[in-house]
Design a protein around this ligand. Structure first.
Ligand code: CP3
Length: 345
């Protein structure tokens, strides 16, 4: 049991009752915030991620503005692949680009090993700085990309719609695919344990694009690797396992592991939760687009998500995916306050 002074999110992740439903938002630190855009005028995205003082400052920005129950570490799921020497760049206005994508058995054989301390050691310092600055009621969430979602960038060379290169590697060179996934899973487990040791109180595994797969392909090509990451984590730190487009994958994601499963808005929260079963928490699942609507609509939709959760212990309120760049800042604050107000028991 956690103590009554523990952050609400930790209590919810352990399915203990809480006086209000805890809330944090994916991408709550980012470009919709003017103070973030000001930092970006002075630093490139990778510089921000790798400079512990700057990254800690960005992590804390939303906590100063909004009554969120957690801060999410400011970093990126792709930092970990830099030592693979695939040519990672965050191109202006384009998102991540990998200049030397990994598409064949020979490409996989050529990969340099990932030395976690040298590639993401600075992130551990960010975690220490943030934890030292946060009030005790606000939890710090660490994170990493799940092996599939990270592999999809490494193989596609950037964002994708159809994941054709990724699927071809999986189907045509399964041994190379599994090798790539093992390399990523090993590094990811070490990375997350480093964040936990540095002070992260929960960790989220982002499998953002896994909804591109059928259940059979998830079971064969992804599940063993996500499970290996989750099993390797220090016991006692709750794990949130998140993906989008996962309505048909939920039972398998549950099998892969996690104390809390993150749902997107394409599933009704109550149905998603009954598919998962009562012995796991759920996080979600307001459509981030609702934040572009009027306060009255936001309120109605918050109420609807809370109604589906039914006040059951184990619900963490979140968006179904990240805050969109064009979101009005005031709406984010309203959302957080509405969740607390409308869920008060
Ligand atoms: O507040 C937070 O959630 C913490 C910070 C965070 C970022 N990226 C900052 C970021 C987190 C948790 C991530 C994870 C991440 N990165 C994911 C999984 C989460 C998700 O939303 O699915 C993915 C797929 C990535 C890869 C990535 N990094 C993409 C696709 C992009 C482009 C995003 C876009 O909207 O254009 C990035 C860049 C990125 N990561 C930005 C931020 C704030 C924008 C960078 C900028 O300032 O230009």
């Amino acid at each position: 049991m956690t103590s009554p002074e523990s952050p609400l999110i930790l209590r919810a992740a352990r399915r203990e009752p809480t006086p209000v439903t805890p809330v944090w938002l994916m991408r709550q630190a980012g470009r919709y915030l003017p103070e973030y855009r000001a930092m970006r005028e002075r630093h490139s995205f990778l510089e921000l991620c790798r400079n512990p003082e700057a990254a800690a400052e960005v992590t804390l920005q939303p906590v100063r503005r909004f009554a969120v129950d957690a801060a999410i570490l400011f970093a990126d799921i792709l930092l970990i692949v830099e030592p693979l020497d695939v040519g990672l760049e965050f191109a202006k206005g384009e998102g991540p680009v990998i200049h030397r994508p990994v598409r064949s058995e020979a490409d996989v054989a050529r990969l340099k090993p990932i030395d976690v301390e040298s590639s993401v050691g600075s992130v551990f310092e960010t975690v220490r700085l943030v934890r030292g600055a946060l009030p005790p009621r606000v939890a710090l969430i660490g994170f990493a990309g799940a092996p599939f979602t990270v592999a999809s960038y490494v193989v596609e060379g950037g964002a994708s719609r159809d994941y054709l290169h990724t699927k071809r590697l999986m189907y045509e060179a399964p041994a190379a695919w599994h090798r790539l996934m093992e390399v990523l899973a090993d590094a990811t487990a070490t990375y997350l344990n480093g964040q936990i040791d540095a002070g992260a109180q929960l960790v989220q595994l982002f499998d953002s694009w896994v909804g591109a797969l059928s259940p059979d392909d998830y079971r064969a090509y992804v599940l063993p690797h996500s499970r290996a990451v989750i099993r390797a984590l220090r016991p006692g730190t709750p794990v949130i396992h998140f993906g989008t487009g996962t309505a048909t994958l939920l039972p398998l994601m549950r099998e892969a592991g996690g104390d809390v499963i993150g749902l997107d808005w394409r599933v009704d929260l109550d149905r998603g939760w009954s598919t998962l079963g009562p012995d796991v928490g759920v996080q979600g699942n307001l459509d981030p687009a609702v934040l572009l609507a009027t306060p009255g609509t936001i309120r109605e939709r918050v109420r609807a998500v809370l109604a589906r959760a039914g006040g059951r212990p184990g619900h963490i309120f979140n968006l179904g995916h990240g805050v969109h760049q064009s979101t009005p800042v005031e709406h984010v604050g309203m959302l957080v306050d509405m969740v607390h107000e409308l869920s008060a028991r």
